[in-house]
Design a protein around this ligand. Structure first.
Ligand code: TGC
Ligand code: FAD
Length: 396
C-alpha cells in the first residue's frame, strides 16, 4: 500500500486487476482536470455542464457497463470506480451519467428488441442522444405501482396513446428520448400492466418543463414529463418486460452505481477536511493536532474503508451474477447514510468556512440530501431489508 495519507489505509489496490486500476486512474484524472474546475460555477448557476457530454462519451462513461453497441463493456467494479470519481466531484454529475447508463440505456439493452438497441444505443453511447427515466409521478413516489400514467392501444398492433405526468425526472428537459413507464391493458387482458415506452423528443403532445428552485443537486437538470395524447408507435414499446419488475430492474443497476458514487463524495469531504485542519491554526497549533479532530478524521476514514469494501464486495457478486436486489438496497442505503454523515462531520471541521461554496463540502452535503431520497428513500430500503429478514412486508 502506498503511504499517500489520502488513501493509505484503504488497502484496496491489490484487490483490483490492471484494467480496473487503469480505468479508475483515467476517470480520476479526467474528473479532476475537466470537471472539478467548472463545478462550483455550474452549481451556483443551477446549470449542468452540457459542454462536457462529448468528453464523457469519449471517456467511455456513457453506457460503460453495457457490452456492444459502441459501449465500453466494463465489469461492475470498473464501472463502480467511474461512478465514484464522478461523485467525488458532484452527485449531480454522477446522476447525469448513471441516468444515461443505468436508467435510459439499460432498459433498451435489457428489455428492447435488437432493432431498438441498434437504433438508439450507439447514439446514446456517443452522447448524441440523451435519455431520461420517467417513473415518479406527483402522487406516486415510493409506491410506483400506484402510477396513473396510462397507454391505450389504438387497435390491435396499433400505436399507443399515452397520457399522464411524471415529475422529478433527471435530464428530462435536455432529453432526446424519455423512457416512460405506463399502465396499459395488454391485448385480451382486463388487468392493467406496467410497460416501458421510448418517447422521442419530436413527438406531438410531449413537454418536459424544467423544475426550478432546487437547493440540492443544482448541477443536474430536473424536470417533468407531461404526456397529452402522445402517440407512440408500437415499435417504441419495450417488448421484453412487463410489470413493476421492469423499472425496478433498472433501479437495481442505478442503485448499485450510487453505492460506489457515495463513497466518492465521502472521500472528497474527508480529504478536504484533513487538508484544512492541517493548515488551520488555533490555540497556537494546527487543529489537526487536537484529539477531537483526529477522532473525526479516524472515524471518517474508517467508515470510508468499510463502505468501499462493501461496494467492492457487491461488485464481485454482480460480476458473478450473484448480486441480489436486497443486497443492492443494503449497499445504497448504508453508503449514502455514511456519506451524508461524513459531509456533516467534515463541514464542522472547517468552522465558518465549511458553509462556503469554494470549500466544496456544503455542496456535497446539500447534494446528499437528494441522494438519500432518490432511487428509493432510506426508509424504503430499510423496509426492503426488513422484508428480506423477516418475510413480512411493512410497506403498507
Ligand atoms: P414488489 O411486489 O416487491 O415487486 C414487484 C416485482 O418487482 C420485482 N422486484 C425487483 N426486481 C428488480 N429489482 C428490484 N429491486 C426489485 N424489487 C422488486 C419483484 O420480484 C416483483 O416481481 P414479480 O415477477 O413477482 O412481479 O413491489 P412493491 O409494490 O411491494 O414495491 C416494493 C418497493 C416499495 C420496494 C418498490 O416499489 C420500490 O423500490 N419503491 C421505491 C421507488 C423508487 O426507488 N423510485 C425511484 C425513481 S427513479 C429515481 O429516483 C432516479 S434518480 C436518478 C438520478 O438522478 O440518479
Ligand atoms: P414519498 O414517497 O411521498 O415519501 C415521503 C416520505 O415518506 C419519505 O421519507 C419516505 O421514506 C416516507 N415513506 C413513504 N412510504 C413509506 C412507508 N411505506 N413507510 C415508511 N416511510 C414511508 N424519479 C424518477 O422516476 N426519475 C428520475 O430521474 C428521478 N430523479 C430525481 C431527481 C431528484 C433531484 C429528486 C429529488 C428526485 C428524483 N426522482 C426521480 C424521484 C425520487 O425517486 C422520489 O423523490 C423518491 O422515490 C421518493 O418519492 P417522493 O418524493 O414522492 O416521496
Amino acid at each position: 500500500a502506498s503511504k499517500d495519507p489520502r488513501t493509505y489505509l484503504l488497502g484496496i489496490d491489490h484487490l483490483l486487476d490492471e484494467d480496473e486500476r487503469l480505468t479508475w486512474k483515467a476517470a480520476h484524472d479526467f474528473c479532476q482536470s475537466r470537471v472539478l474546475p467548472v463545478i462550483e460555477r455550474h452549481y451556483e448557476a443551477g446549470t449542468f455542464p452540457r459542454e462536457l457530454i462529448p468528453e464523457f462519451a469519449e471517456m467511455g462513461f456513457l453506457g460503460c457497463s453495457i457490452e456492444g453497441y459502441g459501449c465500453a463493456g466494463l465489469n461492475p467494479v470498473a464501472y463502480g470506480t467511474i461512478m465514484l470519481e464522478l461523485e467525488r466531484i458532484d452527485s449531480g454529475i454522477r446522476s447525469f451519467c448513471s441516468v444515461q447508463t443505468a436508467l435510459a440505456m439499460y432498459p433498451i439493452f435489457a428489455y428492447g428488441s435488437e432493432e431498438q438497441r441498434q437504433r438508439w444505443l450507439p447514439g446514446m453511447a456517443a452522447g448524441e442522444l440523451i435519455g431520461c427515466f420517467g417513473l415518479t409521478e406527483p402522487n406516486s413516489g415510493s409506491d410506483p405501482g400506484s402510477m396513473r400514467t396510462h397507454a391505450k392501444q389504438d387497435g390491435e398492433g396499433g400505436d399507443y396513446i399515452l397520457n399522464g405526468q411524471k415529475m422529478w425526472i433527471t435530464n428530462s428537459p435536455i432529453s432526446d428520448l424519455c423512457v416512460v413507464w405506463a399502465k396499459t391493458l395488454d391485448h385480451g387482458s382486463d388487468t392493467p400492466v406496467i410497460r416501458g415506452f421510448v418517447v422521442e423528443r419530436a413527438t406531438k403532445g410531449l413537454s418536459t418543463p424544467e423544475t426550478h428552485g432546487k437547493l440540492s443537486l443544482r448541477a443536474s437538470i430536473t424536470g417533468e414529463i407531461v404526456l397529452d395524447e402522445v402517440r407512440v408507435p408500437k415499435a417504441n414499446m419495450l417488448p421484453g418486460v412487463h410489470g413493476l419488475k421492469g423499472p425496478l430492474g433498472c433501479l437495481t443497476q442505478a442503485r448499485y452505481g450510487i453505492g460506489w458514487g457515495a463513497v466518492g463524495a465521502a472521500m472528497d469531504v474527508y480529504e478536504r477536511a484533513r487538508r484544512y485542519t492541517l493548515d488551520r491554526t488555533q490555540f497556537g497549533r494546527p487543529i489537526a493536532g487536537f484529539q477531537l479532530t483526529q477522532q473525526k478524521l479516524a472515524e471518517l476514514h474508517n467508515e470510508i474503508v468499510k463502505a468501499l469494501l462493501l461496494a467492492y464486495h457487491c461488485g464481485r457478486l454482480k460480476q458473478d451474477g450473484k448480486l441480489d436486489p436486497v443486497q443492492v438496497s443494503l449497499l445504497k442505503r448504508d453508503n449514502v447514510r455514511m456519506a451524508r454523515v461524513a459531509a456533516q462531520t467534515a463541514r464542522t471541521m472547517l468552522g465558518g468556512n465549511g458553509i462556503m461554496g469554494e470549500f466544496h463540502i456544503m455542496r456535497h452535503l446539500c447534494n446528499l440530501e437528494t441522494v438519500f431520497t432518490y432511487e428509493g428513500t432510506h426508509e424504503i430500503h430499510t423496509l426492503a431489508i426488513g422484508r428480506a429478514l423477516t418475510g413480512l412486508a411493512a410497506f403498507s
